[in-house]
Ligand binder design. Structure first.
Ligand code: MOS
Length: 745
């Protein structure tokens, strides 16, 4: 739709085209590796070839003699970083914490420097500060050269000798060392959550399910690989970084290089996807800043796809046992969800798979537990819907198994267990429209025509299966500042640090400002991705519009308040013209949530409907139809929102059918570390995806009534597909991905 047509309507809710779309398709949008500088030098990482031990010797002579090489850094000659004690800086807008989660086998007290920093999944990367190797792929040397090719070539000439130590690389062999994690990245998650008494609820149940499900390591794999370009000017540095969190990168760079945060400017105008892996600050970013300081030239470090697998995190493997007990009428009497997940010894990122289980359904008796197994795998991190992404899969499959055992329709089973209030917190929902999502999705999908008998529906020789599952994600908001400047000509400039990781943040904020100022969207310019602008959290936790949007909204109201005589519905442009003002008007907001989460339980909900066609001879599963219905409060842009939901569904489709990162049990590396070995869905794998935006009004979540949509799309998709595969074949596969060998084992 054209901007002119859009301008005649309410800016919020309009399916406005992306305001940055033209820049992106014409190549005008600059990404971190695309800023040109005179005398640019290029850095290449030499990654560790072992999982655990020490570097005993590094021979850099051949690399130093190679053409174009400017410097080779190792822990022997690298500049010292400031190893602050825990508590400073911090990335990802996450709480800093001390030395909890001691997940170690002893003798590793200096795992990542700073003593207690080792257990922090967002710990600052003390790159090249000692000879310890904590995981495969860790930076053990850095080559800086005149060109990218020369740096890469010389990196291959660096010879590293190691003293390997026994590494824990197979989770099943290390279960005896499992520990109870005390803290999670999401502070609302507890290691154990209970209500009522599980055991008595279990014995009351007439029908029971007890099953264990597994999810593999999964990599975020954004289209744009991670990259950093660093430019020092005296003791000030500008960092062009592919990061979801410019302020987090700023704090970490400042802390590690011992300069005030104001001396560090981080720019991320455009980001080609992140999904969480661009939330933390990783080694390569600090390495690029370090290299630029050493060679006194701008330095670019672009990670090759293969190195990203070990260097920038992944969603760690889980084993999850779910037990459900219910009455013959389908009412749950007990739910248990026990997760065992892998974690890196030095950086304890814990996958909080049980996070949604306490709130999703009504049951008087519940037990949710997390345990973590310390391994020497590369460190994990957040990935789209960390927690829910892996954890709703087993819960929603187990409900399907229960529905089969009860001979009950799976949607009816969810209706029977719909809670009136948050069953764990015992407070009302700010809004909850799950059953409406199921009703509208079922109508669109044609669920009423389903024959529930497994294998009963066919299309020619193909087995047809239909499955459903619930999606959910909490509604978050973080403190955010923003400013707006309205010029005498009635155009507005909005600025805040914020990032747009491809989700449409530029466009949504344009609409929010246009709405508050009563301007046409084309009169509003939004500038983000720069620490010179007011401070914000990183983009993540689906809080972008709720946090950034609320701040922009409030900054615009602040500006309006400065215009005496401005009518409530009057455009600021009209007012300025009428008053012949020659002065710009500025507005500012430091916007933050209040105690609304204590009064209402705030979550978004959705329902997935999958149709699969299974080849009876090969076991190949194809998703042939998909409907996702989502109720996420107010939708700011129907077009970008639909894209974002569909993107989550595509990612869930990959998780269901093909994505898996395999760790070599001897060396601790990922063996399928490229896009030929790690299979993300391609066009041929993706059917038409029908997204339904279920209308929902929420008066409590934030000033805009938005719930966040970035992560919910993936949640539950693998369960809907696995449930459809059961329906097609009668075979219950509880281990992702659903590859043909498992479907017809
Ligand atoms: Mo998302 S995993 O919070 O970027």
């Amino acid at each position: 739709m054209s901007a002119a047509a859009a301008s005649s309507r309410q800016p919020i809710g309009d399916p406005l085209d992306r305001v940055d779309g033209r820049l992106k398709v014409t190549g005008g949008a600059r990404y971190a590796a695309e800023f040109p500088f005179e005398r640019m030098a290029y850095a290449a990482v030499v990654p560790s070839a072992i999982a655990l031990g020490r570097v005993s010797r590094v021979d850099t002579a051949a690399a130093e003699r190679a053409p174009g090489v400017l410097a080779v850094l190792t822990s022997r000659n690298a500049p010292r970083l400031v190893q602050a004690s825990a508590g400073g800086g911090g990335g990802g807008g996450t709480p800093e914490k001390g030395g909890e989660q001691k997940a170690k086998s002893g003798g590793q007290s200096q795992q990542s420097g700073g003593g207690s920093a080792g257990a922090d999944p967002f710990a600052k990367p003390y790159v090249l500060q000692d000879d310890r190797v904590r995981n495969f792929g860790q930076t053990v040397a850095l080559v800086i050269a005149e060109s990218f090719e020369q740096a890469r070539d010389a990196a291959a000439l660096v010879r590293v000798d190691y003293r390997p130590e026994r590494a824990a690389l197979v989770m099943e062999r290390e279960l005896g060392r499992a520990f109870v994690p005390e803290k999670f990245l999401n502070p609302e998650v507890k290691p154990e959550t209970k209500r009522g008494d599980f055991e008595s609820g279990w014995s009351e149940g007439a029908v029971k399910i007890d099953a264990t499900y597994t999810t593999p390591n999964l990599h975020n794999n954004p289209m744009e690989p991670h990259a950093t370009t660093a430019v020092w000017n005296g003791d000030r540095v500008t960092v062009y970084d592919s990061t979801q969190n410019v302020n987090g990168t700023q704090r970490n760079v400042a802390a590690l290089f011992g300069v005030p945060p104001d001396n560090v400017r981080v720019i991320a105008h455009f980001i080609g996807g992140g999904f969480g892996c661009k939330g933390p600050t990783w080694e390569h970013t600090i390495a690029a800043v370090m290299a630029a300081r050493v060679v006194k030239r701008p330095v670019k470090l672009a990670l090759p796809r293969q190195q990203m697998f070990a260097a920038v995190g992944y969603r760690p493997h889980t084993q999850q046992r779910v037990r459900l007990a219910a009455t013959r009428a389908g009412r749950l009497t007990a739910v248990a969800h026990e997760t065992t997940t892998a974690t890196n010894q030095a950086h304890a990122y814990i996958e909080s798979a049980g996070v949604a289980t306490p709130m999703l359904y009504a049951t008087p008796n519940l037990l949710v537990r997390h345990r973590a197994v310390p391994l020497d795998w590369p460190r994990g991190t957040i990935m789209r819907a960390p927690g829910e992404g892996a954890g709703v899969f087993p819960l929603e499959c187990a409900l399907d198994e229960l529905a089969v055992a009860l001979r009950m329709d799976p949607i009816e089973l969810r209706r029977v267990n719909e809670p009136e209030r948050d069953p764990q917190k015992n407070i009302p929902w700010s809004s909850r429209s799950l059953l409406k999502c199921y009703a509208q999705g079922a109508e669109r999908f044609g669920w009423g025509k389903r024959n529930p008998e497994p294998g009963a529906m066919k299309d020619g020789r193909m087995l047809l299966g239909w499955g459903v599952a619930t999606a959910t994600y909490p509604t978050n908001r973080r403190p955010t500042s923003a400013r707006v400047r309205i010029a005498p000509d009635g155009s507005a400039l909005v600025q805040l640090a914020a990032t747009d990781i491809g989700t449409g943040t530029y466009t949504a904020l344009t609409q929010i400002a246009a709405d508050a100022l009563r301007l046409r969207p084309e009169r509003v310019k939004v500038e983000i991705g720069d620490t010179n602008f007011p401070q914000t959290p990183g983009s993540g936790g689906s809080w972008g519009v709720a946090s950034y949007g609320s701040a922009v909204h409030e900054a615009c109201l602040d500006a309006r308040g400065k215009l005496a005589g401005l009518g409530a519905d009057e455009s600021v442009a009209d007012f300025l013209q009428r008053s012949r003002s020659a002065q710009p008007v500025e507005g500012h907001a430091d916007s933050k949530p209040g105690n609304e989460k204590e009064q209402h339980s705030m979550h978004a909900f959705g329902a997935h409907f999958a149709e699969v066609r299974v080849d009876p001879d090969t076991g190949e599963v194809r998703v042939s139809r998909f409907v996702g219905a989502f109720a996420c409060g107010r939708i700011v842009n129907a077009k970008t929102a639909t894209s974002q939901f569909a993107g989550g569904i595509v990612m869930g489709l990959g998780m269901a059918l093909s994505e898996e990162s395999v760790v070599d049990p001897h060396y601790g590396n990922f063996v399928n570390a490229d896009l030929a070995g790690y299979h993300v869905p391609v066009n041929r794998d993706v059917p038409k995806i029908d997204v339904i935006l279920v209308e929902e009004e929420d008066k409590f979540v934030n000033p805009l009534g938005t719930k966040g949509i970035g992560e919910i799309g993936i949640v539950g998709v693998p369960a809907a597909i696995a449930n459809a595969v059961y329906h097609a074949t009668g075979r219950r596969v509880r281990d992702l991905p659903l590859t043909p060998d498992k479907v017809f084992a």
